[in-house]
Design a protein around this ligand. Structure first.
Ligand code: FAD
Length: 392
């Protein structure tokens, strides 16, 4: 372990919490300052689009209670001077560090004007506000974006017995993440569960009379709406790092060990980190999944303690699961990099299947619907650098 006296962690959610826990577990005896923009104990975001909308409020992350009161709750870092190793907070105070973990996550993308009745979903407050609106039984709910958050919200809205229209810019939802076969299946699955799917159109804005009344599409149509949930992806929270001396570009640019490029005392983890993944020929990736933030928070903190010369590359395979109208959809690796895919178990007609994805003959990812064992089998082959043929 190298000599560090004070470590600052910015972002008190999943990746930040795991970093602090790892520092404690490793026996780091210096001072740890955790700075978090939210006022809650670190909590799990996946339930915000699922169980919490149905009334279950239990979302605190296991381990959050270990933080006690030793953190700066509801405080934002507003700037960083990486050369001088100094953070400035929103109350004007400064925090000096020997080592820094950046875990500031991401925020929802928005259209320019969001009238009342248009919601995004990232925080506990967002979920509670949406829950209250759903309880009023709106007649016309529109979800923008068929990604995992949009798909889960549409699924929850149907389970509550409300009508929902799902708009996606691709012909099928999650086309990029799942590939054509699985996303075509997903479109049918939404329709089978009463979702009115509008594919291949972009939302350009909203009609409102103070509150949203419609969603304007780029094909000239307007969808009537009383309640809108915009799930149009996220942007990494790096605004506060402008001018810091760190390299930014769709996240904090890191090396393979999660050190910010050119900074031996700064690491990044979770939704905000973009790093070269060795399994993909060093391609830069930024992963917006729970398991990535969970594992990377730990790995980044351990590498910070070890120092660049003794650090270990972070090359875990990204993996992700979502539940839509009772079906379990899982991915592993990065299927979107593939130039070829093959059905390796079941069939879409049965609603149970697995697909393997390869680039230049080498496996890069897997998608499984209601087939968790097949997902594990293909995931292992991807991690081992296998080929499509190695699966038969
Ligand atoms: C509704 C929803 C459902 C999801 N469902 C799934 C799922 O089913 N499966 C899955 O794999 N993933 C899911 N995810 C994604 C997963 O939750 C994220 O990948 C994970 O939360 C990332 O953790 P993080 O710690 O990197 O960032 P975040 O959770 O975004 O936390 C970042 C924290 O940093 C704080 N912060 C930001 N800027 C500053 C600053 N300048 N100073 C101080 N603090 C700051 C923020 O307030 C926030 O508390 C879901 C996400 C959402 C929103």
């Amino acid at each position: 372990m190298r000599e560090l006296n004070t470590i600052a962690v910015v972002g008190a959610s999943l990746a930040g919490l795991r970093a602090v826990q790892a520092l404690h577990r490793e026996g780091f005896t210096g001072a740890v300052t955790l700075i978090g923009g939210e006022r809650h104990l670190p909590y799990n975001r996946p339930p915000l689009s699922k169980s919490m909308l149905r009334g279950d409020d239990e979302i605190t992350l296991p381990g959050a209670e270990e933080l006690g009161e030793h953190w700066l709750k509801g405080r934002h870092a507003v700037s960083l001077d990486a050369g001088d190793k100094r953070l400035t907070l929103d109350d004007g105070s400064e925090v000096r560090y020997d080592g820094l973990v950046i875990a500031t996550g991401a925020r929802p993308r928005r259209l320019a004007d969001h009238p009342r009745g248009v919601h995004t979903l990232r925080t506990v407050e967002d979920s509670l506000a949406l829950r209250a609106e759903l309880a009023a039984g709106p007649a016309r709910v529109v979800v923008i974006g068929g990604g995992f958050i949009g798909g889960e919200v549409a699924s929850t809205v149907r389970a509550l017995g409300l009508p929902v229209t799902l708009v996606d810019s691709s012909p099928y939802p999650m086309l990029g993440a799942l590939g054509e076969d699985a996303s075509r299946w997903l479109a049918g699955h939404h329709r089978d569960h009463g979702v009115d799917l509008v594919g291949g159109v972009r939302v350009t804005g909203f009609e409102s009379d103070g509150r949203v009344t419609g969603v304007r599409l780029d094909d000239g149509r307007t969808l009537p709406a009383d309640l809108v949930i915009a799930g149009m992806g996220v942007e990494p929270n790096t605004g506060w790092l402008e001018g810091s001396g760190l390299e930014l570009g769709d996240g904090v640019l890191c090396d393979e060990n999660l050190f910010a490029v050119g900074a031996a005392d700064v690491v990044a983890a979770g939704d905000v980190a973009r790093w070269p993944h060795s399994l993909y020929g060093g391609a830069l990736v930024r992963v917006e999944h729970w398991s990535n933030a969970n594992d990377q928070g730990t790995a980044a903190a351990l590498n910070l303690l070890a120092g660049p010369a003794n650090a270990k590359p972070f090359d875990d395979l990204p993996s992700f699961a979502t539940h839509v109208h009772g079906a379990r959809v899982q991915t592993a690796g990065l299927p979107h990099l593939a130039d070829e895919s093959r059905l390796v178990a079941g069939s879409p007609d049965e609603g149970r299947f697995a697909l393997a994805f390869a680039k230049d003959g080498v496996l890069v990812g897997a998608v499984a619907v209601n087939s968790p064992k097949d997902l594990i089998r293909v995931k292992r082959a991807v991690a081992a650098g296998g080929s499509l043929e190695s699966l038969v």
